[in-house]
Write a protein that binds this ligand. Sequence first.
Ligand SMILES: Cc1cc2nc3c(=O)[nH]c(=O)nc-3n(C[C@H](O)[C@H](O)[C@H](O)COP(=O)(O)OP(=O)(O)OC[C@H]3O[C@@H](n4cnc5c(N)ncnc54)[C@H](O)[C@@H]3O)c2cc1C
Ligand SMILES: NC(=O)c1ccc[n+]([C@@H]2O[C@H](COP(=O)([O-])OP(=O)(O)OC[C@H]3O[C@@H](n4cnc5c(N)ncnc54)[C@H](O)[C@@H]3O)[C@@H](O)[C@H]2O)c1
Length: 482
Amino acid sequence: MATEDIRTYDVIVIGAGPVGENVADRTAAAGLSTVVVESELVGGECSYWACEPSKALLRPVVLRADAAHIPGIDPAVRNPLDTEAVLAHRDRMSADWNDDGQVEWLKSAGIELLRGHGRLAGEREVSVETPDGETVLLRARHAVAVCTGSSAALPPLPGIDEVRPWTSREATAARTVPRRLAIVGAGVVGVEMATAWQGLGSRVTMLVREDGLLPRMEPFAGELVTERLREAGADVRFGVSVTAVRRERDGAADEVRITLADGDEVVVDEVLFATGRAPRSADVGLEAVGLEPGEWLATDDSLTVTDVPGNWLYAVGDVNRRALFTHQGKYQARIAGAVIVARSRGERPATGRWAPHSATADGEAVPGVVFTDPEIATVGLTAAEAEREGRDVEVVDYELGHLAGSLQYRPDYRGRARILVDRKREVVVGATFAGPGVGELLYSATVAIAGEVPVERLWHAVPAFPTISEVWLRLLETRRDA
Ligand SMILES: Cc1cc2nc3c(=O)[nH]c(=O)nc-3n(C[C@H](O)[C@H](O)[C@H](O)COP(=O)(O)OP(=O)(O)OC[C@H]3O[C@@H](n4cnc5c(N)ncnc54)[C@H](O)[C@@H]3O)c2cc1C
Ligand SMILES: NC(=O)c1ccc[n+]([C@@H]2O[C@H](COP(=O)([O-])OP(=O)(O)OC[C@H]3O[C@@H](n4cnc5c(N)ncnc54)[C@H](O)[C@@H]3O)[C@@H](O)[C@H]2O)c1
């Protein structure tokens, strides 16, 4: 029999992913009593089915690709990877899907945890259905933050419900290596998982409706990843669309048959749909505050939900669709936490471009690294985006393989860098690096963009020889000599 229990806190956070944890950290650190509601594992998607397990699967694959081209090491890394060891490493990096460590951290930060499914129940109210069937009603003195993240979005294809497709969850947590794996989708999840599973021994077929991989990035990024995937043995097909899927038992084999629009059929052991994300907002009580269930939650730059009056409801992280990355969600969380604290003290948040209570970087400087072979690192605008927005930018390119530092890194180095310089303001507004090891270069570009460092001053930021960061100097020289 359900009982009703009513508890009051200063702040209620729904969802203990990386973003919810960080909102709670900021409000609890400021002395506001804070409870976090979590229906699965504290740590969220990132810790158990996204960032951590995927990077643990990718690191051995990418390291081997680099090492296989370094004289002296190459013979030692030609053998196939020890898949059991890689999967065991992945399990450890995902804390064996056990959240004790993160629960301990919440406790140490003075944050209360309530396990259960949270739903908005009205203004400053959240109803929680606990695992033992009880209902707890939470009341917030100041704020409720919805940090429920996103889940994989599947296309409405005939047969998809029966085929038990892989989503990002299965692709990061699988315990065996499928002999044949098809991947639908050319975004970050698709290319990272293609790199990982091809490297672990699957025969990967990518079924891509666009004419290239990573379609939202500079075209050379997708071209380089395509080249490497094909060299590794993957079958990467462009301009194809899937019309139906079905799973069949053929003798001992359990196969998935994928029908393409041209009538062709692809037969595999598993199919991964890496076809984007949907907000986890269908069952969080949005209707109780006048919002549409299942929608992304729109916010202003202070992360306050725009369509609900009273400045008490916040949406932070994936669920607001501003920038679907852990680091960017955590940035938003630091800002939302500070806004909640300011309002709780009767202060007006300091908003405006680059102000302490404004998530300006979401619109101007979102960094992202795709951990493939080669790595792709992006921040700010691409040339196509700049054109769409009518921005007057100069596009400067440089071949990374020409640098001494790149050749030291890997003698067969192939890669490219591009920066976009705003002609009027003389500052960098976009950067893309594609090449082995470029992920660690990205912060330099992020600082240049967020800091609006004048290009003139960048000449005085001297990169060390022989590192890949010398690309900055070469880009400046290329622009000067154009
Ligand atoms: C395969 C993959 C790899 C990725 N790799 C990277 C990467 O390398 N780097 C990077 O920056 N980003 C990466 N991302 C994106 C990253 O995972 C997300 O941006 C990040 O997890 C968002 O954090 P969040 O806290 O907003 O949401 P989530 O991590 O999704 O957490 C939301 C939490 O809310 C809980 N919840 C949901 N509804 C309720 C409810 N009603 N009541 C109670 N609890 C609820 C969920 O159980 C979950 O714990 C990757 C994504 C995928 C799919
Ligand atoms: N390294 C990282 O930081 C990292 C890694 C993985 C994911 N992520 C985050 O997760 C988000 C989601 O990634 P994603 O790859 O799932 O989504 P995405 O939106 O980047 O790519 C989706 C792909 O699926 C295709 N697609 C969509 N519907 C389709 C259909 N019906 N048939 C065929 N193809 C279809 C799209 O055309 C696109 O190629 C990313 O935006 C990224 O921010 C980050």
